[in-house]
Design a protein. Structure first.
Length: 341
């Protein structure tokens, strides 16, 4: 059977380490509405963060500042949005019907769909705050040479996009290490770029020929959490989190730990590109790559608060195509397609 959306009334403390627990539960709601795909006139285009225009940046900063200015207990506030990740990822929820099993949206086939919906609602909230239904969040284009450093727009200390809890040795123009394992490898920028492009080819093409290799292992009602992650979750998703996180902090805050990752605005751009990889994977030239058809996957569900503070229950089957959700990614070069190791 599919994993059911958590019961918010049973949300408890989240675990960061054995000795460090935090409370990151969302408000509860009497009413839960089933998701219906949005109607829209025009697709929203998510731009590459290193290529945005000045006009776009003004809009994005305004929207994010408004989100940060909402009261903390508003489920649309930036603080609440960050806590969504903490609650779903650090064991604050049990699986419905299985009080002995934590719910965990990483390390399994729930990884891509969960984060796609999470970003979708985050984007809708931002768009509503500036009254622009066509507003779309940027993505961190770490799979192309010019996009590999932390995008400059996130590195301005006076901007709402900034977060001080990042590794100061990894600020722009240093290209991200997509295979980062905790230690800097001392590569030149050019060596790093070539290594990254090869990893991208490996993870997107060679290592992801089937739905379970790409998405992760099956995770069904009653199963223990974390059956196994997919290629992109493994690399470069997780290494980039660790590469950005601040080693001066106890737990790699912000990006380097699940409970705090959503506090860095860069998180949502990072996951924009992770989500873009799902869309690209299904369109790789000359390769037939398809999602699972297993109803235990398609009917798995999550709950999120939307732009009107309504609690929405979403099923995986509703998020398989970005266009159903009203958005697409700015078309940019895909240099790693030519980087077969
Ligand atoms: Cu939910 Cu990038 O982790």
């Amino acid at each position: 059977a599919p994993i059911e959306a958590p019961d918010l009334t049973l949300c408890g403390e989240a675990t960061v380490t054995d000795t460090y627990h935090v409370y990151c539960c969302p408000p509860t709601s009497e009413k839960i509405i089933d998701f219906t795909p949005p109607s829209f006139k025009k697709l929203r285009f998510r731009p590459a963060a290193h290529l945005v225009t000045d006009d776009y940046l003004v809009k994005f900063k305004t929207a994010l500042q408004k989100m940060k200015d909402l009261p903390d207990d508003d489920p649309r506030s930036f603080k609440s949005q960050a806590e969504v990740h903490c609650a779903y990822c650090n064991g604050a929820y049990d699986q419905v019907g299985f009080p002995d099993q934590n719910l965990q949206v990483h390390f399994s086939w729930l990884f891509q769909p969960f984060h796609r919906f999470y970003l979708y609602f985050y984007e809708r909230i931002l768009g509503t705050l500036i009254d622009d239904p066509e507003f779309a969040i940027p993505f961190w284009n770490w799979d192309t040479p010019d996009g590999m450093p932390i995008p400059a727009i996130y590195n301005d200390p006076s901007s709402p996009l900034y977060d001080s809890k990042r590794n100061v040795a990894h600020l722009p123009p240093v290209p991200a290490d997509l295979d980062f394992n905790g230690t800097d490898r001392g590569l030149t920028a050019e060596e790093q770029i070539q290594s990254n492009l090869k990893s991208m080819y490996r993870q997107m093409v060679s290592n992801s020929k089937t739905a379970s290799l790409f998405h992760g292992e099956a995770y069904r009602a009653g199963d223990a959490p974390s059956p196994g992650m997919g290629s992109i979750e493994n690399i470069p998703h997780t290494p980039i989190h660790r590469w950005v996180g601040d080693p001066r902090e106890d737990n790699g805050e912000d990006m380097g730990n699940f409970y705090s990752a959503g506090r860095d605005p860069l998180f949502y751009a990072h996951h924009g590109n992770v989500d873009r990889m799902w869309a690209l994977w299904k369109q790789l030239p000359g390769k037939k790559r398809t999602d699972f058809t297993d109803t235990d996957w398609l009917d798995s569900s999550f709950v999120f608060y939307d732009e009107n503070k309504n609690l929405i229950r979403c099923k995986v089957r509703d998020c398989l195509e970005t266009k159903t959700l009203g958005y697409a990614y700015q078309p940019v070069d895909i240099p790693w397609l030519k980087s077969k190791p």
